[in-house]
Design a protein around this ligand. Sequence first.
Ligand SMILES: [Fe+2]
Length: 295
Amino acid sequence: MGVGALLVAPPMIANVLNANERNIDKYKAKKACRKPFFFIQYSDPQFGFTNGEKYDTKPEEELMEKSVEIINRLSPPFVIGTGDFWHHKRYDPEMLLYKKYMSKIDSKTKIFNVPGNHDFPSLEDEDQNYYHTNFGPSRFSFRHERCAFIGINSQYYWPEREENEYEKEQYEWLIHELESAKKCRFIFVFAHIPFFLEKDDEPEDYFCVKQPLRNKYIETFKHYGVNAIFCGHKHKSFVGKSGNLDMVTCGAIGLPLGGFHGMNLIRVFPDRYDFNYISLDDFPKAIEKNTLKLL
Ligand SMILES: [Fe+2]
C-alpha cells in the first residue's frame, strides 16, 4: 500500500476529529486566547489483555466504563488516547468495544487517537487498512488556546524498523506541523511508544524507541521547542526529562504492569502546565473552571 492510502476517508464517529484539513482548520479557528484549560490523556485500555483470552473483556469493560464516567463528569474539551485500545490483532469484537466506549463520551468532548502496537501491529497492508478503515488517519494536529497538539504514529519507527517510506513521510509532516506551531505558547506531542522513560541515554529495550531514531526525534523536538511528549505502552507511569523536554509516560486504563489503573490529567495555565497520573479511584469530583483547582 502506498502512502496515499493514509488518506482513506474514515467512517465518522460523532465526536472524533480526524486529521483532515477541514476539521483542523475549523478547530484552529475557534479561539486564540489564553484561558486556562485541562485535558485528559489515557492509554492502553487494551480490551482482552487482562485475561488474555478472546471473548473475555469484562475487566477492561468495567475500567473503561469508570474512565468514561470520569471524562463525562469533568467534561474536558478533548481527550487523547495514546494507543493499545484492544489486544488481539485485527479482532473486531475488541476493536468495536473501544468504539462503543468512545461513543459513550459526551459529544462536547472531542477524542483524538494515535495507534499502539496492538492496534497497528505491522506495516503490512492488512494491518494498516484495518486501523485506517476503522479509525481514519493514524495521526492528528490541532490547536487549542494557542497551544499545539500533535499526535504521531510510532509504529512507523518501532520496534526495529529502519527508515521506511511511512516514517519518512510522517517525519516530513511532523516538521511541517512543528514549523507552523512555532508561535504557539506550548507544544505537546503524543505517541504510543515512549522515546525513553526517565533518561534519554537509558539502555534500549522493548518499551522505548531505539537509537538512532530516539535521538533523531528528541533533537527535533528540542529544536522546535516542544514542551512535553505524552506516551503509553509501558502500562506504568514514568516521568523523565531531556533538557527542558518533559517525557511523560501514562500508565494503563487496562492491566497495569506496576502501579495502578489511571489516566493523566494535564492542566494548562497561561504561563505553565502540569500533569498528574491519577488513579481511576481518585479522580477529582470536579475542576474549578478559572483556577483549575481540583475539587
Ligand atoms: Fe499496551
